[in-house]
Design a protein around this ligand. Structure first.
Ligand SMILES: Nc1ncnc2c1ncn2[C@@H]1O[C@H](COP(=O)(O)OP(=O)(O)OP(=O)(O)O)[C@@H](O)[C@H]1O
Length: 319
């Protein structure tokens, strides 16, 4: 449903995204995770056809991103979605339905269904007077007025309280269950763990890990063992009336068992600990390498065919 092949985006001499390749199956929920500046928004805006790639191919529903047909087949939720503050949720959504030429009756039905599903209160209150969570819900409803097959959501839960965050993520799952393909970005794995079928982790413009959350955990996570003994062994620390050693393999656990036996004691407890997703995320999305995202002066990879003469656009200019 979505194919990204060698996507590269360069602003001036700054490489925002380098060589991203992934695809998203129909009905899948796909997470693009990464710290600030990783290149998530750039990737999503390219998919939404709002910015043009420097190199690489991006297709949505079989067509190049940005084609008029593709644009009507997708719903895009920008990271910041300023709403017309003087409109009500209903009038705002009708306005967007009109832009998509949705027949009035269909539009009204769709809008009410979305607002019901999102449990939106105060549908006739000025948008300037509703909470941030409600505004986000209205923006989500806006992405649905044209009944698109593909939804691209930039940080859908950003800045929301934990309850509303869960609500929004559960709603994303419902949309996928109803047959939509959803790609969304998030700052950390924690937000995507419960809902995403697959994930890519981006850092410094590059994909640094990919797969299901389980696959990422298996590849990048660590298991450590805390082994409690009745006697001290090499490297152990006192822990009440016992001693504890922390090791990272079962062989090492066996070594401790033998050492404890040799010293006339025994192992009384072993506790296993998996890396948390946050630890994995911090590990794979480590610290930036200064200067690593500059296009090298002699680069001739085609990236420079347009950008150097183009003034950088402000991030929200395309919306
Ligand atoms: N129009 C632009 N001109 C110049 N640089 C840009 C432009 N848009 C984005 N960038 C830079 O490209 C990098 C990637 O930005 P992007 O917005 O894609 O990151 P992100 O992962 O979405 O970050 P965040 O989580 O903070 O939104 C950043 O360093 C950003 O400053």
């Amino acid at each position: 449903m979505i194919t990204v092949d060698g996507l590269r985006k360069v602003y001036g001499d700054f490489v925002a995204v380098q060589g991203s390749t992934f695809d998203v199956e129909p009905g899948e929920i796909f997470g693009v995770v990464g710290p600030n500046g990783a290149g998530k928004t750039t990737t999503l805006k390219t998919l939404a056809g709002l910015i043009e790639p420097t190199a690489g191919a991006v297709r949505v529903a079989g067509e190049p991103a940005g084609d008029p047909e593709t644009r009507t087949a997708l719903g895009f939720l920008p990271e910041e979605s300023p709403l017309y503050e003087d409109m009500t949720a209903r009038s705002y959504l009708r306005f967007f339905a009109d832009l998509y030429d949705v027949p009035r009756e269909t539009a009204n039905q769709r809008i009410e269904t979305a607002l019901d599903d999102l449990e939106l209160e105060h549908r006739d209150r000025r948008l300037g007077d509703v909470s941030k969570g409600m505004k986000r819900k209205v923006a989500i409803a806006r992405s649905l007025v044209n009944d698109p097959d593909v939804l691209i959501y930039d940080e859908p839960a950003s800045g929301l309280d934990p309850l509303t965050t869960n609500y929004v993520l559960e709603y994303v799952r419902e949309l996928a269950d109803a047959g939509k393909t959803v790609l969304f970005s998030a700052h950390n794995l924690y937000h995507v763990e419960s809902v995403c079928d697959r994930v890519v982790i981006m850092n410094e413009g590059e994909i640094v890990a990919r797969g299901t959350v389980e696959e990422i955990r298996a590849e990048h996570g660590e298991t450590t063992y805390r082994v409690f003994t009745t006697v001290p062994v090499d490297g152990s620390e006192p822990d009440g009336d016992r001693h504890v050693s922390t090791v990272d393999s079962m062989d090492a656990v066996e070594g401790i068992r033998e050492a404890a036996a040799d010293a006339g004691g025994e192992v009384v407890d072993i506790r296993t600990r998996e890396s948390t997703l946050e630890e994995i995320f911090l590990d794979v999305a480590g610290q930036p390498m200064p200067g690593s995202r500059r296009v090298s002066p002699g680069a001739t990879d085609g990236d420079r065919r347009r950008e150097p003469s183009e003034p950088p656009e402000p991030p929200e200019a395309a919306e």
